[in-house]
Design a binder for this molecule. Structure first.
Ligand code: 5AD
Ligand code: SF4
Length: 445
């Protein structure tokens, strides 16, 4: 029996910004197929769970989310599991959760319409291929995206094989999208109203490609080309590896005006023995040297990072080295996690796994320090005037929220301004996570 063709869809993305981007592209593709977006999963004919596999519990969460899609009347939508859990678990998913109709990996989601047809006919619809031909060419153009800020994936995958990480297995080898495809997508996003573009990649600063003149370029070349596009006002990129911070990219932070003064550069640990066991191929010192160079050309840069506490073998002294590097750097914001053993990664079977209670206690100390630094960074903005790009409505009536060049959220009373406007504000107060501003009556500098 053939099932009814889905008319409405809901895509729910978990995890990183690359997943958010993939979710947007899946939505655009389903719209191009004639379906309409539903507000949430309860009134969608097909629900796509775009999953993350980076830490434990992600898989359990997927199964509980699937269970929750069952409706009071006993019906359920067509269910597609996409993303990194789909890639890692594959056929295990419909075995464990029979209600799942489609399993599609991050490199195969351009085939979703075909998989929907298969599922309608009651056929197994599983695709976790990593085809050599990129999915991007098969996706509809970005014309539908109508927002002031946009993500643009320029690079995918990872060849670095940090010993804790699933990404090389779920996202595959490093690939860089071609120059022209990226520039064309950027232009389409700008035509749709984007004035800020964030270039994405698991290792975005490892991007390489040839420009139209055939010259080999790195991410800095691409950023310089985007800088010339009229209508684009802000460029960001994430997430980076310290070893791929080339001198060219560092120089771009000094002289490309549209490149925002913000750098997310994960270090993971401040202890060299732990960095070695993580196969990070940089030391605490070489990381700090990169930051010194960046601060040399852009003294006001806001720094962000990722930290893992409780990696196997982490002693109190190793942990203290991580606390010390944080004290040395002064982060504007950061993400920190308890180490989570991922099946199939080398670290999962290393000796000397750290007890949960030790990890909890270390994470708390680390986060206390990072929170203090973030608050201090925000407080230092009070009294300054800056430009913000208004992105969304705030919680209070008439309130809008925008971002500073340093990626802080600022709440303002709209006062005639609209989402998408770049406006000048005076920062009047700061909280741990956001700022309050007042609109300056003249245009942003
Ligand atoms: N356990 C804990 N954190 C992890 N990350 C990646 N893998 C793991 C893991 N197994 C963190 C790293 C990475 C961020 C995206 O997630 O800090 O930079
Ligand atoms: Fe999660 Fe990493 Fe996959 Fe992003 S790339 S969805 S963070 S596992």
């Amino acid at each position: 029996m053939t099932r009814k063709k889905p008319q409405t869809f809901h895509v729910k993305s978990f995890g990183c910004q690359m997943n958010v981007y993939d979710g947007e592209r899946m939505s655009e593709m389903l719209s191009a197929e004639g379906m309409t977006a539903a507000q949430d999963s309860t009134d969608a004919d097909i629900v796509v769970l775009n999953t993350c596999h980076i830490r434990e519990k992600a898989v359990d969460k997927v199964y509980s989310d699937i269970g929750r899609l069952r409706r009071d009347d006993g019906t359920r939508p067509m269910i597609a599991v996409a993303g990194c859990v789909a890639q890692a678990e594959g056929a295990e998913i419909p075995r464990r959760a029979r209600e799942v109709d489609i399993v599609v990996g991050p490199q195969a989601y351009h085939r979703l319409p075909f998989l929907i047809e298969k599922a309608r006919n009651g056929e197994a619809a599983l695709d976790t291929d990593m085809p050599a031909a990129s999915k991007f060419g098969a996706l509809p153009s970005r014309a539908m995206q109508k927002r002031p800020t946009a993500f643009l994936t320029v690079q995918e995958g990872c060849d670095k094989f940090c010993t804790y990480c699933v990404v090389p297995y779920t996202r595959g080898a490093e690939i860089s999208r071609p120059w022209n495809a990226i520039i064309d997508e950027a232009k389409a996003l700008i035509d749709g109203g984007a004035c800020e573009i964030t270039l994405l990649g698991q290792n975005v600063n490892a991007w390489t490609g040839d420009d139209p003149a055939g010259r080999a370029q790195g991410l800095d070349g691409l950023i310089r080309a985007l800088d010339t596009l009229p209508g684009l006002e802000r460029i960001r990129y994430t997430t980076s590896h310290p070893n791929d911070m080339t001198d060219g990219l560092i120089a771009a932070h000094g002289d490309v005006e549209k490149l925002m003064p913000f750098l997310h550069l994960p270090v993971q640990s401040g202890s060299d023995p732990i960095l070695k066991a993580m196969n990070r191929s940089h030391s605490a010192k070489s990381y700090l040297e990169v930051l010194d160079k960046v601060r040399g050309v852009r003294p006001d840069i806001a720094l962000s990072g990722d930290f893992i506490v409780g990696f196997p073998g982490e002693s109190e002294a190793d942990f203290e080295a991580t606390m010390q590097i944080i004290r040395d750097v002064h982060y504007a914001q950061a993400y920190s996690f308890k180490y989570s053993p991922r099946p199939g990664t080398p670290a999962a079977t290393m000796a000397d796994q750290i007890p949960a209670s030790v990890m909890d206690e270390r994470l708390q100390r680390l986060q206390t320090l990072l929170n203090e630094q973030q608050y201090a960074f925000n407080q230092a903005s009070v009294g300054k005037q800056t430009s913000i790009l208004l992105e969304r409505a705030g919680r209070r009536p008439g309130q809008l929220v925008g971002k500073t060049p340093w990626l802080q959220s600022v709440h303002v009373q709209a006062d005639g301004a609209q989402i998408g406007d770049m406006i000048a504000v005076d920062i009047i107060s700061a909280g741990p996570n956001s700022l309050h501003g007042e609109i300056v009556k003249r245009k942003a500098a």
